[in-house]
Design a protein around this ligand. Structure first.
Ligand SMILES: [Zn+2]
Length: 227
C-alpha cells in the first residue's frame, strides 16, 4: 500500500516535470521561429505645446500641426509593428506649470521620456518659419557627430526628396536639445514652412499629411534596412 502510494507520487512528480520541460522547450526552442522580427521602439516627439504654440500660420499654430503629424506617424508605425511612445499626447505643454523656467522644464521632460523608453529612433516633428515667404520644403536635421543620426537623417531626407515636392535633398546638422540628449539615432523633421502661404495650406490637408508621414516612415524603414 505504502509502495503503491509512493509510486503514484513519483509518477505525478515525473509528469509535472515533463510538462514543465515541454513548456520550457516550447518557449526557448520552438517559439523564436514563430516570432516576428525584433520590435523597434520609436519615440515621436511633437514639438512645442501648451502656451508655446511654436511658429504661427495664418489660421493654425505649429504645435497643433506637429501633434497631428505625430499622431499620423504613430498610426503608420503601429501598423508595421513598431512600439510607439509619444512625448506629447495632447495640446497641453510638457512643462511643470509651477516651474520658473518652463522651456527648461519641458525639455527635461522630453529627455526623461526618451531615456526611460530606450528607443531605437527618435523623430521630433516641427514646422518651420522664415521672414521670407518664399522659403519652403521639408528639412531633416541630425546632431553633429552622431553617425546613426546622420544615417537616419539621410534616409528620411532622401525619401522625402524623392516623394514630396519641394523637400530639400540634403540633411543638415542642427543644434537642437532633443537631438543632443538622445542616446540613439535621432532626427528633427521640419515638415514645411508655415510662413509660405501655399505650404501652410498643404500642410493642413489630411491627404498631404498622410502621404508625408508615410514617406517619412519609409525613410525610417530604409534606415533599418527593411527596404
Ligand atoms: Zn518648432
Amino acid at each position: 500500500m505504502f509502495l503503491a502510494l509512493k509510486r503514484k507520487w513519483i509518477l505525478i512528480v515525473l509528469c509535472t516535470l515533463l510538462v514543465v520541460a515541454s513548456v520550457v522547450v516550447y518557449f526557448t526552442a520552438i517559439r523564436p521561429t514563430f516570432m516576428p522580427k525584433a520590435v523597434h521602439t520609436i519615440v515621436i516627439d511633437a514639438g512645442h505645446g501648451g502656451k508655446d504654440g511654436g511658429a504661427l500660420g495664418h489660421d493654425i499654430t505649429e504645435s497643433e500641426l506637429n501633434l497631428s503629424y505625430a499622431k499620423t506617424l504613430e498610426k503608420i508605425c503601429q501598423q508595421y509593428g513598431f512600439k510607439v511612445v509619444q512625448t506629447r499626447e495632447d495640446m497641453n505643454g510638457l512643462y511643470d506649470p509651477f516651474a520658473p523656467n518652463k522651456k527648461k522644464s519641458e525639455m527635461e521632460k522630453r529627455r526623461k521620456i526618451i531615456n526611460k523608453n530606450n528607443p531605437d529612433v527618435v523623430v521630433s516633428i516641427h514646422m518651420n518659419s522664415f521672414p521670407s515667404s518664399e522659403a519652403r520644403g521639408a528639412q531633416v536635421y541630425y546632431a553633429a557627430g552622431s553617425e546613426s543620426g546622420e544615417s537616419l537623417a539621410d534616409c528620411v531626407q532622401k525619401t522625402l526628396h524623392n516623394n514630396i515636392e519641394h523637400a530639400k535633398n540634403t540633411a543638415k546638422v542642427g543644434d537642437f536639445y532633443v537631438l543632443n540628449v538622445s542616446p540613439c539615432a535621432s532626427i528633427l523633421v521640419e515638415c514645411g514652412f508655415l510662413s509660405n502661404p501655399q505650404e501652410e495650406v498643404l500642410l493642413q490637408e489630411a491627404e498631404y499629411r498622410e502621404n508625408f508621414c508615410y514617406h517619412l516612415f519609409c525613410g525610417i524603414l530604409m534606415f533599418f534596412n527593411y527596404s
